[in-house]
Design a protein around this ligand. Structure first.
Ligand SMILES: O=C(O)CCC(=O)C(=O)O
Length: 279
């Protein structure tokens, strides 16, 4: 089994190319919760610069960066070296944010929702800014992978996750039909996966997938993960018609539960945020 690879540029192609691409995105969301986008519109030259500044920043291991929050967003502390890190990552994040919104619009259409519905849910109908954060990680080689677990299996809490992973060193796996499948390194592709909030909005049609990162004996694996999540104040509930399989809750409350239960089964998280029924 191979994680689907989708040529995103075909969304702007002929009517039949567009229809086939929309169907691939739908089955990527429904069958896998994971897919890889190629020809996604993020310039290769920018991706090359991102690789360069991230590797350089890891090599320098600036003290301020090591102490800063792991997820970068507009307002927190960023590494000051290499000097081009901030500007490059700002440019990259702007591109990825646009890409996330295009992917969300494709999901709207596939789910039969009005265009922009998922984004509106994430922003409380435009009242709040969605959270958009980027985590730069390096997984060092491990001489005894048999002794450690790596990043344990979990689903992601938020909305749409866009991962620019290493070209060569693998380790990321997704659970599909009870089997762990490699998310194969593919140069310059962006891996998309959907989080728990898309599962709720889609009323269970696009289930967030379990994934993990195995330790690798050889090579340092770079991973740049960007998270497009609801605002903490946003109210989330199923947007797709039908008997609601999930409660309505405030995303910030879900995050409080997730922080303590990230590596446990996800269903009790939805139970925990369910508002008590008045008698
Ligand atoms: O680094 C990766 O490839 C995946 C990271 C991940 O799953 C996470 O941060 O939740």
């Amino acid at each position: 089994m191979v994680v689907p690879v989708i040529d995103f540029s075909k969304l702007d192609g002929t009517a039949s190319e567009r229809a086939a691409t929309m169907a691939q995105i739908d089955s990527g969301c429904e069958e896998w919760g994971f897919f890889q986008l190629v020809n996604h519109g993020v310039p290769k030259e920018l991706l090359d610069r991102v690789k360069k500044v991230c590797s350089e920043s890891y090599r320098l291991r600036e003290a301020a960066f090591m102490e800063s929050e792991p997820v970068l967003h507009e307002d927190n502390q960023w590494p000051s070296s290499p000097p081009e890190f901030k500007e490059t990552m700002r440019e990259y994040r702007a591109e990825l944010r646009k890409l996330a919104e295009r992917v969300m619009e494709a999901m709207d259409e596939n789910l039969g929702l009005d265009k922009g519905r998922i984004k509106r849910a994430f922003t409380g109908d435009g009242r709040h800014a969605p959270f958009f954060g980027t985590k730069v990680s390096h997984y060092p080689p491990c001489p005894r992978p048999d002794l450690i677990t790596g990043l344990r299996a979990h689903t992601d809490a938020g909305g749409v996750i866009l991962l620019f992973q290493d070209d060569r060193v693998g380790g990321l796996q997704v659970l599909k039909g009870g089997e762990w499948v490699d998310v194969q390194p593919l140069a310059d592709a962006i891996v998309i996966n959907t989080g728990d909030q898309v599962e709720v909005l889609s009323n269970g049609r696009y289930r967030s997938a379990w994934h993990r990162v195995l330790p690798m004996r050889d090579g340092n694996r770079r991973s740049v993960a960007s998270f497009y999540n609801p605002a903490l104040e946003a109210s989330i509930s199923p947007a797709v018609d039908g008997a609601a399989a999930y409660p309505e809750y405030v995303f910030g409350e879900y995050m409080d539960v997730y922080a303590k239960q990230k590596f446990d089964a996800k269903e009790p998280r939805f139970e925990a945020v369910k508002a008590p029924k008045s008698a």
